[in-house]
Design a protein around this ligand. Structure first.
Ligand SMILES: NC(=O)c1ccc[n+]([C@@H]2O[C@H](COP(=O)([O-])OP(=O)(O)OC[C@H]3O[C@@H](n4cnc5c(N)ncnc54)[C@H](OP(=O)(O)O)[C@@H]3O)[C@@H](O)[C@H]2O)c1
Length: 313
């Protein structure tokens, strides 16, 4: 099969478009004919080797852990899916990913693809939307009427978080640069903050939950805006326990989980027009290097998707 693989860690140039063996399905897994693969910062963080202490990989490795495609084979014990099902999901980041014609995925990490999205748009969702879901609902227990500040509201995770928080009935404040203010409004944010011209802490106060997709200074300054009993949830850097105690709030690090049942709920929200992906651009699989260069710049609007199969959009 065609695949993008890395044989060593390094810059985008280590991504090689080449032939690779088709994966074998194991017990409880399905083989997916990949139609499209979403691109996430995780992909280039793994590629660069910066996560080597945290995730162990065997090289060569196929990156990309967000997939949409069609089931072509089911392994022993699979009960939820059959051949021909159109599915989307987040695959195991410890194993070969979706920058390839085929991928084997545990059935519990998948859901039936939303009917209203073609594969390219569906592939933009699983990892990012699950990360937003876990942060807001599993960790933050976000309730209707609460005030949430979402940093990086125009990014892969942030743009789903804004929509999910609105759907829940929260009062949503979100940050992005000047060019993305309109997008934040379209996503449903109640108040938008341009981090290039305003200090968010001058605008956002009495916040119940901060979602931090940026880290560094942004995280440090976020403690100041929280109500007592509130929560700072980060996707990028564990919040200081000492500061959480001092401010009387909870500090939590989110680690996204590939939960098919949550993806099914997300698919329902998509089909009822409550949630939709924003696609920055679609590139062919052979242009994975370009996709990584763009993602690494840190200013993607929504998601980049790699088109793996030649599909009619
Ligand atoms: N722990 C987990 O389980 C998990 C899961 C998913 C993602 N993550 C991590 O979470 C982080 C975000 O992921 P992502 O996919 O959302 O990244 P992304 O799509 O690359 O985020 C890009 C967005 O960040 C915005 N941005 C950049 N600097 C900003 C600043 N100072 N303030 C506010 N917004 C700013 C950009 O808006 P402008 O262009 O307008 O600047 C852009 O829209 C990554 O580090 C990723 O690895 C972790």
């Amino acid at each position: 099969m065609n695949a993008i693989r890395i044989h060593r860690y390094g810059g985008p140039e280590v991504l090689q478009y080449e032939n690779a063996p088709r994966p074998q399905v194991q017990k409880g897994e399905v083989l997916i004919h990949v139609h499209a693969a979403g691109v996430n910062p995780l992909d280039w963080e793994v590629r660069s080797g910066s996560l080597n202490g945290f995730i162990q990989h065997k090289l060569p490795l196929i990156p990309g852990w967000e997939v949409s495609g069609v089931v072509v084979e089911v392994g022993f014990g699979v009960s939820q899916f059959k051949e021909g099902d159109e599915v989307f999901g987040m695959s195991d980041p410890m194993r070969d990913g979706a920058y390839a014609d085929y991928i084997a995925v545990r059935e519990g990490a998948l859901a039936i693809k939303p009917k209203s999205l073609h594969h390219v748009r569906a592939a933009a969702m699983p990892l990012s939307a699950l990360a937003a879901w876990r942060s807001l609902f599993d960790l933050g227990h976000l309730q209707s009427g609460q005030r949430i500040l979402i940093h990086g509201g125009s990014g892969g995770v942030g743009h789903f978080a804004v929509q999910l928080a609105k759907w829940k009935g929260a009062y949503v404040m979100a940050t992005a640069s000047t060019k993305n203010q309109e997008l934040l409004c379209k996503l449903g944010a109640d108040e938008v903050i341009d981090y290039t011209t305003q200090k968010f802490e001058d605008v956002a106060q009495n916040i119940d939950i901060v979602l931090d997709t940026i880290g560094g200074e942004t995280q440090k300054r976020s403690w100041l805006v929280l109500n007592k009993g509130g929560a700072l949830i980060s996707l990028i850097q564990p919040p200081s326990e000492e500061k959480a105690k001092r401010f009387g709030v909870r500090g939590m690090m989110c680690s996204v989980q590939p939960i098919g049942a949550q993806l099914s709920k997300i698919a329902k929200l998509i089909d009822s027009a409550k949630l939709k992906p924003t696609i920055d651009r679609i590139l062919p699989l052979s242009e994975a290097r370009r996709a990584h260069e763009l993602s690494q710049n840190g200013h993607i609007r929504g998601k980049i998707v790699l088109r793996v199969k030649d599909i009619q959009l």
